[in-house]
Ligand binder design. Structure first.
Ligand SMILES: Cc1cc2nc3c(=O)[nH]c(=O)nc-3n(C[C@H](O)[C@H](O)[C@H](O)COP(=O)(O)OP(=O)(O)OC[C@H]3O[C@@H](n4cnc5c(N)ncnc54)[C@H](O)[C@@H]3O)c2cc1C
Length: 591
């Protein structure tokens, strides 16, 4: 009963052009071979493939689940193997990686666009390449030449997959509490022993080998996160000629029964004296994790947008068909004619567009930070990435939950019935605020580590940049000028909140962290929507690749966001500045 996913290519291309600035990225020497038109052609092909091959497996995969067998092997749902093989053959996973190891050498931003469509079509399947991407990033940054040569070509082309093994039963957000051990043989080879939980695609049948990146402690390691080392532990050992050798001592003990992403096997893995290779130096594992964390967190933020988008499309289809009570809208007898249903749909559309813009802004900045020839530009873009990554992760995944919930609500009682398929999006999206650092941890990172950067100047410069757009908006046409006070007020609230938190005591900062992150997401989203609307206004009446109806809709969506959603930014101010008093006053037993 669920409707087909149609990739929002026009919207993705518009954001690539106006927010991520694909043309500027393509002009960097590192991307000399990248032509924006070719990129758009490739995205259309990726969109066609995900909608025809991957999306039809989404609901069947949810019903069938991945299954663990008594011998510890895991089978993914019907059709997953074939679809994954096509992903490998087409080379979609290799798009953003260096050509030296068989990658496409494209900007990270292009890979983000491919991943958005894959995750919309089938979030559970998309997690396998996503985790592989994280493992590749870490090996690229910290693996030795020999390790890169051994692992990267097969991982980049997707022939082998990768996992990230941090979590243990008593070590979740507090990764430093982990106890998995690594010891050295008499011949100097490392062996890892311990148990990891919640390992995404820790065992599966999509590929013959899995490269587990495992955090463990070497003998005499300092306590906490300063004593964590990173190891590569392949499921099957690799012979000197590159062929696969014997099985390593890694066992999938069980897979979790979950709320959503049923097709993604979430494994308990036991490592029993498993052969391992140390990555980099001992006790620097957490530091290494941080280097790939921005990319990984951004990819999870993208999941919020992607799943929200798929649910939104289905809600629109349903609202166009379901007839219930006479509407006051002469254009439609279906529920899409009711203002309250319109509110639900427009809230989804507007917040998803704002969150997508935020994610693609950070993706473009990541590319500039990695590849711009000018060091000062690289530094500036890196600072922007650092500041906005926790917001892109947490705000976008919270939006994933609120928009899928609204999409379900549009279906009325049928939304609560699994047959409709909409409930799956709601269930699937719920994990994204939890993994890759809970959203609470993201907010704490924002206020304690990111706001103080360069004596508070990084956030101040971002606010100043947003204030410039406010001045441009005041000159704009098509009803955009009237939105200036809304953006000004939100920026004023963000400035007050920021200055307050910069002076606050630690406990008060921690208390205000989550509402502050939400405020920052709303305001940055408003700024980017205003920026997009000004670009749309400029393109109206000109010959562009975007049709007039799309550009007009962008203006309406922006007006709705700035006038009706953005004012919540000021409403969050009391919660940001209240301090820890009310929260911490009651003794725990009174809850
Ligand atoms: C489906 C799924 C897939 C996963 N995939 C992987 C994977 O591939 N690899 C992997 O290593 N892990 C994976 N995880 C684990 C995931 O990253 C952790 O669940 C997550 O980091 C939270 O840890 P926790 O579950 O122990 O929660 P806890 O850390 O116990 O947190 C519980 C609550 O307390 C809050 N909290 C904790 N500490 C603080 C603090 N200092 N200040 C304020 N609030 C705090 C949290 O925000 C949260 O709301 C996965 C989990 C799931 C469910």
């Amino acid at each position: 009963m669920s409707s087909a996913y149609a990739p929002p290519l026009q919207e993705i291309e518009f954001v690539l052009d106006t927010v991520a600035r694909l043309d500027e990225l393509a002009s960097l020497p590192a991307f000399a071979h990248v032509d924006p038109d070719t990129v758009k052609g490739a995205l259309q092909e990726a969109g066609r493939w995900v909608s025809e091959i991957v999306a039809p497996l989404n609901h069947s995969g949810d019903r069938q689940h991945s299954v663990r067998h008594p011998d510890g092997t895991v089978t993914t749902p019907d059709g997953f193997r074939g679809a994954y093989q096509q992903w490998v053959t087409a080379g979609w996973g290799s798009v953003p990686f260096p050509t030296e190891y068989g990658g496409g050498g494209f900007p990270w931003t292009v890979g983000v666009a491919v991943h958005e469509m894959l995750a919309s079509a089938n979030m559970a399947l998309s997690l396998c390449p996503l985790l592989t991407q994280g493992a590749i990033d870490l090996l690229l940054a910290h693996g030795s030449d020999a390790q890169r040569a051994r692992y990267l070509p097969a991982m980049i082309n997707g022939e082998w997959t990768g996992t990230m093994n941090l979590t243990e039963p008593h070590a979740g957000s507090d990764v430093g509490a982990l106890t998995t051990k690594a010891t050295q043989d008499a011949d100097g080879r490392w062996r890892v022993s311990g148990q990891k939980i919640f390992i995404t695609y820790g065992e599966h049948d999509l590929a013959p080998n899995i490269v587990h990146l495992v955090l463990a402690r070497v003998p005499d390691a300092p306590p906490g996160s300063r004593g964590i080392s990173c190891f590569a532990v392949p499921k099957r050992l690799i012979n000197p000629d590159g062929s696969l050798g014997q099985a390593n001592q890694v066992t999938c003990l069980s897979i979790e029964e979950k709320l959503g992403i049923h097709a993604s096997p979430t494994c308990v893995l036991a490592f029993e004296d498993a052969y391992a290779e140390l990555i980099g130096e001992p006790n620097r594992g957490m530091q290494y994790m941080f280097t790939m964390m921005n990319n990984a967190r951004l990819s999870v933020g993208l999941q919020g947008v992607a799943v929200g988008q798929a649910a939104y499309q289905q809600a629109v289809d349903y609202a166009r068909e379901r007839i219930q009570a006479r509407t006051l809208d002469p254009r439609s007898t279906a529920i899409i004619g009711h203002p309250d249903v319109r509110r639900m749909l427009l809230t989804q559309k507007a917040t998803l567009e704002a969150a997508r813009a935020l994610v693609y802004l950070v993706a473009g900045a990541l590319d500039q930070a990695d590849s711009h020839p000018d060091q000062s530009v690289r530094d500036e873009q890196h600072e922007l990435v650092e500041l906005l990554t926790p917001v892109a992760k947490a705000w976008s995944t919270d939006i994933g939950v609120t928009t899928t919930s609204l999409a379900l609500q549009v279906h009325g009682g049928m939304g609560y019935i699994e047959e409709t398929g909409i409930a799956q999006y709601y269930r699937d999206s719920r994990i994204a605020p939890i993994y890759e650092g809970t959203n609470g941890i993201q907010a704490i990172d924002l206020v304690t580590r990111k706001l103080p950067r360069r004596d508070g100047m990084v956030v101040k410069e971002l606010i100043a940049r947003m204030a410039e757009a406010e001045r441009d908006l005041a000159q704009a046409e098509h009803g955009l000028k009237q939105l200036t006070p809304a953006l000004s007020d939100a920026l004023d609230a963000l400035t007050q909140a920021t200055e307050h938190l910069q002076q606050a005591q630690l406990e008060d900062k921690l208390a205000g962290a989550s509402p502050y992150l939400e405020m920052m997401g709303l305001v940055v989203g408003g700024w980017l929507m205003a920026h997009e609307a000004m670009a749309a206004q400029h393109q109206l009446g000109q010959t562009t690749c975007h049709d007039e109806a799309f550009l007009e809709a962008k203006l309406v969506t922006t007006r709705f966001y700035l006038r009706q959603l953005l004012p919540k930014a000021r409403a969050l101010l009391p919660a940001v500045i209240a301090g820890a008093g009310d929260l911490m006053e009651m003794p725990p037993e009174q809850f």
